[in-house]
Design a protein around this ligand. Structure first.
Ligand code: PMV
Length: 344
């Protein structure tokens, strides 16, 4: 960098995502043990701004919701240190990161996918401005993955697949690929109503959970089953087969939690109200034939998935029956979204 830049600023928003086939277990440099598929969300997202100025050494400050929070920024800083060779221009930059989430702090919604992908989009943008490289989704997904595995999938609109599978040409363990152009239009209308059963921080982090898969006696069977589920789900997504979508999605959610229960040490992240909601959703579906199903993240909250055409019935059911199982009757109305967007 020959001339002084002054202070420049870039800004990106990036969404969270909810996995249907779950990534649970990793190897090597943040590579998945099995492929995963997710919906990209719309309302749960991080908005991140990065100011940068020339310096004689690398500098980094992190502000979350207006306050300096070095502990929150530590994961980003470590990611930058680990990948310095890929971004040599960082040695001569002072970075100030300002980030906030659109979803409430105490919602128990993991923010690593949205926050890491939003930051990586900013980093790619800075690289584009300084070195003249084109913004590149594949590269953004690859570096998002290195920052936080599931973040690899947040870079794409509607749905993404991360992990190598023979069932999808061009798939890779290194980055996610978009499924937008192969899925049936019904899935582009999907809603995700996130029922907040507990807003508390979970007792076992995802990082620890992934690590516990290493000694889990069911791990080989799980990885085989996930690969099979990817194949079946891809076909269902292409044909618009909501019945198969429901079977695979619910089975994957329960398998994820079953793996936690049979790891050593074992742990349980579901709460009694998680099970009450699951039971109620299955009863509602049997009685009404409305294709409503649930999935779970690594926590007690329940994601309700359904096509937009059923929104009125499902909303009513949430208000009348399910809200009482939520912490302070809280839920977040989300839907399938369009991926990252440049703010500045
Ligand atoms: O990206 P991580 O390390 O936070 O792991 C995400 C794990 C799950 O959310 C449980 C599943 C997934 O595929 O997103």
């Amino acid at each position: 960098m020959a001339e002084n830049l002054g202070i420049k600023k870039v800004g990106w928003q990036s969404p969270s995502n909810i996995a249907l086939v779950k990534y649970w277990g990793k190897r090597g440099k943040q590579l998945p043990q099995n492929p995963s598929i997710s919906f990209t969300l719309s309302e749960c997202r991080s908005e991140t701004y990065v100011s940068y100025e020339q310096s004689d050494h690398f500098g980094f400050r992190f502000f979350f919701e207006g306050q300096e929070k070095p502990a929150f920024g530590a994961k980003i800083e470590k990611f930058l240190m680990d990948n310095k060779a890929s971004f040599p221009f960082l040695d001569q930059l002072n970075l100030t990161v300002e980030s906030h989430n659109t979803f409430p702090h105490s919602s128990g919604i993991a923010s690593s996918a949205s926050s890491m992908s939003a930051f990586v989009m900013c980093l790619m943008d800075i690289e584009a401005q300084l070195v003249g490289k084109q913004l590149d989704d594949q590269k953004a997904s690859c570096f998002s993955r290195l920052a936080s595995g599931s973040a690899a999938r947040s870079v794409f609109p509607k749905m993404a697949l991360w992990g190598t599978t023979e069932a999808f040409e061009g798939s890779s363990d290194e980055y996610a690929v978009s499924l937008e152009n192969v899925i049936h239009p019904i899935f582009k209308t999907y809603r995700d109503s996130i029922l907040i059963v507990s807003g508390e921080t979970k007792s076992v982090s995802s990082r620890a959970g992934h690590a516990l898969m290493e000694g889990n006696p069911y791990a080989p069977a799980r990885y085989a089953q996930a690969n099979e589920n990817i194949r079946t789900l891809l076909t269902a997504l292409k044909t618009g087969d909501m019945g198969t979508f429901i079977t695979i999605t619910e089975s994957e959610a329960l398998q994820l939690h079953a793996l936690m229960m049979c790891s050593n040490p074992s742990y349980i992240l579901m709460k009694p109200n998680t099970l009450r909601i699951i039971e109620a959703v299955r009863n509602f579906r049997n009685e009404t034939q409305i294709p409503l199903c649930f999935t779970l993240d690594a926590g007690p909250n329940v994601h309700l998935l359904y096509p937009e055409s059923e929104a009125e019935h499902v909303d009513e059911y949430i208000k009348n029956v399910l809200a009482k199982y939520c912490d302070e009757e809280r839920w977040i109305a989300d839907r399938v979204g369009d991926g990252p967007k440049k703010l500045l």
